[in-house]
Write a protein that binds this ligand. Sequence first.
Ligand SMILES: Nc1ncnc2c1ncn2[C@@H]1O[C@H](COP(=O)(O)OP(=O)(O)OP(=O)(O)O)[C@@H](O)[C@H]1O
Length: 308
Amino acid sequence: MPSIRIDKISKSYAEVQALSEVSLSVEKGELFGLIGPDGAGKTTLIRIITTLLLPNSGTASILGFDSVTDYKKIRGIVGYMPAVFSLYADLSVQENLNFFAGVFGTSVEENYDLVKGVYHMLEPFKDRPAGRLSGGMKQKLALSCALIHRPKVLILDEPTTGVDAVSRKELWDLLHEIKGHGITIFVSTAYMDEANQCDRVALIQKGKILGVNTPNGFAQSFPFKLFEVKSDDIWRKLSDIRSLPTCETAYMFGDSLHFASNSANETHESVRNLLKGIGADNIETVREIQAGIEDYFIQQLSENEIKV
Ligand SMILES: Nc1ncnc2c1ncn2[C@@H]1O[C@H](COP(=O)(O)OP(=O)(O)OP(=O)(O)O)[C@@H](O)[C@H]1O
């Protein structure tokens, strides 16, 4: 039995179709990522599986418990960290932890082995009101509170949004540590680079799942030849580059340009000549590279955008 099973879930808000027949299955002990841009439907799906929202059609279950009929059971076995900070701002860190432990009839001490990684980071601030913590610390406190009853499944809605780079890394390290305790983790994010942290990933856009795969599986299925172009001012030529006959897609990737060619005969020399032909003379390097998961996502999202 999978940990999470989502079967043809659809949900609309008036005329907005937030989810269209979404089906997914998450295995026990997996760290599963739901990745998609703002408005893709991530929060809606998470609110349905955490029993907070009713779907229009379809079913969702956690460890065999149905999200509608067995909602009380699900609430006992799931740890949920919402996208919006929802702890008690006036209570201290320690008071929030004690409160959530009390609600579930447990204590911090009883679950110390599970929360100790994140608790260590919070300890220097344990008397500070939660509302006065930094963004990263607020997320760590929310994570501790979601874990305090030793859930079997941990569900996190965009835990790293608006968090600085160091805290983002710390949060992902903590998730790996929690996975080590055998807890299934379902996490949503809009940051494509975070896909590499997951065992498997579902890519969602406009309420539809575009694919489910391992990060490596996604990267391997990039269907075009890919070239990295380094040049100071290449971004100025982006729209001309996109109009080149063999250019499937082109986009800035950090400080370089990624050029995906739909020609099997494309070489770094032919790309350089194409660029020269449109007046891009300032090229430092052009080299063929292996696509990463972000390249796959960018290509899929833009292809889907054009089709809709
Ligand atoms: N209560 C609501 N009423 C009307 N439309 C809504 C409501 N909640 C969400 N939507 C719409 O449903 C779609 C999916 O939203 P959802 O919040 O699930 O996406 P998301 O991927 O979590 O994005 P974000 O990170 O921006 O919240 C969006 O078009 C959004 O505007």
